[in-house]
Ligand binder design. Structure first.
Ligand SMILES: [Zn+2]
Ligand SMILES: [Zn+2]
Length: 134
């Protein structure tokens, strides 16, 4: 699918494939959001042991990485719609799909509601799993 990249999980350089951190089945509206796409080597993507589609720990690790990134990206308590679209580098159509389920306050959209939505309707917590984050 894509050659000459670096695997987001193990760091290997070479042939990599695109993976949606939040699966299409979890949030179809995240399909075209750039930050939801990571590059993975074949082993980390489809491998039967450490492949993200078979290994829950790898899946959660990537989801936590995305969550951290989103909390960094949206640091204010409220964010305006245009700013969300700009930061997500997505189209108006995609941001509309994301935002239509959220409450719009006078100050904008609420940070945690937005991040939950972007993660497919929930947040992820490190202490719910036994993984070592690096
Ligand atoms: Zn890898
Ligand atoms: Zn995948």
């Amino acid at each position: 699918m894509c050659s000459g990249g670096q695997c987001s999980n193990c760091g290997a350089v070479g042939y990599v494939e695109r993976h949606h951190t939040i699966f299409r089945s979890q949030a179809s509206y995240m399909k075209f959001i750039p930050c939801n796409t990571v590059l993975l080597c074949v082993e980390c993507h489809r491998g039967s042991e450490r492949g993200v589609h078979h290994n829950k720990k790898v899946d959660l690790k990537l989801k936590l990485q995305l969550q951290n990134k989103l909390f960094g990206m949206f640091s204010d308590k409220f964010i305006k719609g245009e700013e969300i679209q700009e930061k997500l580098k997505c189209t108006k159509i995609d941001s509309t799909l994301i935002l239509k389920k959220l409450t719009m306050y006078r100050q904008g959209y609420e940070r945690e509601q937005l991040i939950r939505r972007l993660l497919g309707g929930r947040l992820y917590w490190v202490n719910t799993m036994l993984i070592k984050l690096n």
